[in-house]
Design a protein around this ligand. Structure first.
Ligand SMILES: [Cu+2]
Length: 145
């Protein structure tokens, strides 16, 4: 009867393996319950990054974000004729900065790109421009941005 014994062992073994797997699933289930975000695990929560418009410049000029993050431009100046206008046409604030503290926001969804933008009014006179690097594999901005 060695064959029967082996089969019996195999059955018992697979049963305990299933039980062990169940235990592992149970443990990993219980361990992951601490998070407050219902979104996909491993994805950082979307954040907002602020770029100030000070005099005739964006500050900071270049920001790094992740796909899904939002950039908020805030007018921190007393000149009201600025815009935040992207080179690729993906966003344009227009004359949104009508008073100090006025904001314009844009959410960047496409990853691993560097979006260059400028102020329509002061681009050529003051080199008023900036860039947003989206994703860890985004190329660095060209000189001047
Ligand atoms: Cu400007």
């Amino acid at each position: 009867m060695p064959r029967l014994t082996w089969l019996t062992w195999l059955k018992r073994c697979s049963r305990s393996a299933a039980a062990a797997t169940g235990l592992v699933l149970l443990l990993s289930c219980g361990g992951g319950g601490g998070g407050s975000s219902p979104s996909e695990p491993g994805m950082p929560a979307p954040k907002m990054v602020t770029v100030q418009i000070v005099d005739f410049a964006f500050n900071p000029k270049d920001v790094q974000i992740n796909p899904g993050d939002t950039v908020q431009w805030v007018l921190a100046s007393t000149t009201y004729t600025h815009t935040a206008t992207s080179e690729d046409g993906s966003f344009d604030s227009g004359m949104a900065f009508k008073s100090a503290g006025a904001t314009f926001t844009h959410t960047f969804t496409k990853g691993n790109v560097t979006v260059q933008y400028h102020c329509n009014t002061h681009w050529h006179t003051n080199g008023m421009q900036g860039s947003v690097e989206v994703g860890s594999a985004a190329p660095p901005p060209p000189p001047g941005y």
